[in-house]
Write a protein that binds this ligand. Sequence first.
Ligand SMILES: Nc1ncnc2c1ncn2[C@@H]1O[C@H](COP(=O)(O)OP(=O)(O)OP(=O)(O)O)[C@@H](O)[C@H]1O
Ligand SMILES: [Mg+2]
Length: 417
Amino acid sequence: MSQHPIDIPGAALGGIAPLPPGVGQSEAQLPSVRPERAPYLVVSNVSKMFKDFTALKNVSLDVREGEFVCFLGPSGCGKTTLLRAIAGLDIQSSGTIHQGGRDISALPPEERDFGIVFQSYALFPNLTVRQNIAFGLENRGMKRADVTARVDELLALIDLAAHGHKYPSQISGGQQQRVALARALAPSPGLILLDEPLSALDAKVRIHLRQELKQLQAQLGVTTVMVTHDQDEALSIADRIVVMNMGVVEQVGTPQEIYDVPASQFVADFIGAMNFMEGTVVNGSDARVGDVTFALRRDGLANGAAVVLAIRPEDVLVADADPQSALLHPNRIAAEVENLEFLGSYLRMYLRHPAFPAKPLVAQTTQTLARALQIVPGKRLDVILPPERLRVFDRLVAHGPASGATSTVAKGGTVHD
Ligand SMILES: Nc1ncnc2c1ncn2[C@@H]1O[C@H](COP(=O)(O)OP(=O)(O)OP(=O)(O)O)[C@@H](O)[C@H]1O
Ligand SMILES: [Mg+2]
């Protein structure tokens, strides 16, 4: 990947575009952020081969106008490859990409309309902050007075008005990354592409800057695609997340959808904490895990089918927290607190039960409740696994024993809602 700043295209679309909405324009001109926004970027059946290795397999997705979309997935899953295909830096082997209704599938980067920011700031070290931001504008032949005005505007936008005269080595990493963003935004591209732009920064700066980035994006209404492998970053910043694994899209959804209704075991495992239990369907709508039968309340399950049940720690209820309503729930088991982990205002409990011989069941509760119930290691505790919070996936039998709790199961499986 080039370590040089990418010259932001736009000239091919008529030179310098007007200022983005929100920069010196009235609020009435701000783009709509309603959910029915039209698709702006459409990726259809994109595959990418590197010799005989398939890095992307039939990837299809839409990014709506003004939307902030994150590509999220483990290292090597194809996030950067997809971003580079969208930018034209590495053309896909097959499939099409449309931006703003235009087929850009075969266009070189300079004929596309995007600004890009990489993980490494890639600022010109011999140019000042001002000159770095102005670089793409001057290259397009913008008048000097207009360049000055635009750079002033962007410096104010990224809150670095007093630092324009400095060189990159004289400002912090977080500030450098803001300058890189300003440079990408300068010609008002239709699309901003960000490849792990925050990952080189320390944790505190990263969290601060991601909120700034989100605010700036919302203010400008610029369609944005950001690559990250940090799920917290994606969950906190994205309108929608594209979860990728081994070159395929596993799920596209809002952070809430991805977290609450993972479409596959991979997503369930990759996002947040999750307990997994291997079981077998009995009675048409229950599952046997060890000696315990859990009600699933799902249709369409075949008796004898191998399934994986999944439940988040915060969805495991402590029966004594509300003894009256606990009586209404099925799936109540008597466990023993093996260990406790403090997470600030929350407490994570590791629970032992004969149905889970391999790994304790993890439950989460508030410190307040833990104090009230005097939860300590060794305590017997009734917990409930509500059927509506149990996710059910088909189990590939090759994955292991048919009963007992296991650690995560890697991949695959139909979801039974
Ligand atoms: N130019 C290349 N030649 C051969 N293989 C490549 C090339 N670029 C990427 N790959 C392979 O394609 C796969 C996807 O790479 P990619 O850089 O898209 O991953 P990523 O999801 O961005 O990972 P990371 O989070 O580590 O940046 C990897 O297995 C990688 O080794
Ligand atoms: Mg990458």
